[in-house]
Design a protein around this ligand. Structure first.
Ligand code: 8OZ
Length: 366
């Protein structure tokens, strides 16, 4: 089994990749005190590095108010940037390319995470009702009704992403990915179900896309467009988002992002959120005409289906999540057609080395 399309080189922006098996950004909730990535994180990412392979580091809050889960890493303090530098060094030592995913959860938070214990912020004062929130103590509680951001608060939010982008640059990353997916802040602004604003950031698709585009522009000013990617989940409903007309919205978003000359666009094919096991909606391919630069797809692919998607021009690279958790040497295994380790969902979030750095690699063959 050789999977020739998956194992062909690809240039994304400023970087040459040796193959197209990408490690998806994966929340693991194992950061240390101060939400600093610890030594285990350096081991974990180092283990998952292949020569010329792209890793997208887990969603990382750009500001304290952007946190909504326990022990997720940040990129707003010098200590966090130092912790990330150890991760980056471990990946570079093995010849890998690593981007950091810049994150703000918006209303998917709880006042117990917020500085001063205030309510989380959102485009509109609409609570998530289909899910429970975490607290910093790992309790599950109902989501609160968030506070709608005032128009004059939005520039500071954009500056938080810019600062996070600067800190990621100082930590030595190779690029950054703007998290515009999975029901978090930027998707709350994009989708009609969560954005009921009547100012310049709500209403028309132009207005709902404005914050994503302004944040992406600010990040580009730090990094250059050829080291910036954007992740979207056009059909996502997780986190009580969802759009009345996803093709109308995202054809606009992609056309506008295309003007920015990004390194890549990264789209999740599924309808659901973290860990979905469903079928890909065929509509994702309806968006392909609006994006001709490198496209990464993610969501339930196998080596074979990834290779076929690339061969068919549906994608240029494919990101793997759960399989990468359980298989530190996933690219080598896929290339050889080797069996995969099964993943253990109970150790996805929180804890230490178990289910994090103790999945075995294939024994090296002579
Ligand atoms: C799983 C648990 C918490 C957050 C995402 C950042 O889905 C996440 C996430 C995943 O994008």
């Amino acid at each position: 089994m050789s999977l020739p399309s998956l194992f062909s080189p690809l240039r994304i922006g400023r970087h040459d990749l040796a193959h197209r098996v990408v490690m998806a950004p994966l929340t693991r909730m194992r950061a240390g005190p101060g939400n600093v990535p610890n030594g285990l994180a350096a081991t974990y990412y180092g283990q998952r590095t292949s020569e010329g392979g792209l890793l997208i580091a887990e969603a990382t809050q750009v500001t304290p108010s952007g946190q909504g889960y326990p022990a997720t890493p940040g990129i707003h303090s010098a200590e966090q940037a130092q912790g990330w530098k150890k991760v980056v060094d471990a990946v570079h030592a093995r010849g890998g390319v690593i981007f950091l995913q810049l994150w703000h959860v918006g209303r998917s938070s709880h006042s117990s995470f917020q500085p001063g214990g205030v309510l989380p912020v959102a485009p509109s004062a609409i609570a998530i009702t289909s899910l429970a929130s975490f607290t910093p103590e790992w309790k599950q509680v109902p989501y609160e009704t968030p506070r709608a951001l005032a128009l004059d608060e939005i520039p500071a939010l954009i500056e938080a992403y810019r600062d996070g982008a600067r800190n990621a640059l100082a930590a030595g990353f190779d690029g950054v990915e703007v998290h515009g997916a999975n029901g978090y802040l930027l998707e709350q602004f994009l989708h009609s179900r969560s954005n009921k604003r009547s100012d310049a950031y709500g209403g028309t698709v132009d207005n709902r896309a404005r914050l994503l585009l302004e944040v992406t522009q600010a990040v580009i000013e730090v990094w250059g467009a050829d080291r910036v990617g954007v992740r979207l989940s056009p059909f996502n409903l997780y986190g009580d988002v969802g759009d009345d007309d996803p093709i109308g919205l995202y054809s606009h978003v992609l056309a506008r992002l295309a003007e920015l000359d990004l390194a890549y666009l990264h789209m999740i094919v599924g309808r659901d959120g973290p860990g979905f096991d469903g079928e890909s909606p065929p509509e994702i391919d309806d968006l392909r005409p609006f994006w001709r630069k490198p496209l990464i797809l993610a969501g339930g692919f196998t080596g074979e289906s990834a290779d076929a998607a690339i061969r068919a021009g549906r994608a240029d690279a494919v990101a793997f999540g759960r399989q990468f958790i359980a298989n530190p040497d996933l690219p080598q295994r896929l290339r050889r057609g080797a069996p995969l380790n099964a993943y253990n969902r109970s150790t996805f979030y929180g804890g230490g080395a178990a289910g994090y750095t103790d999945y075995p690699a294939l024994e090296m063959e002579g």
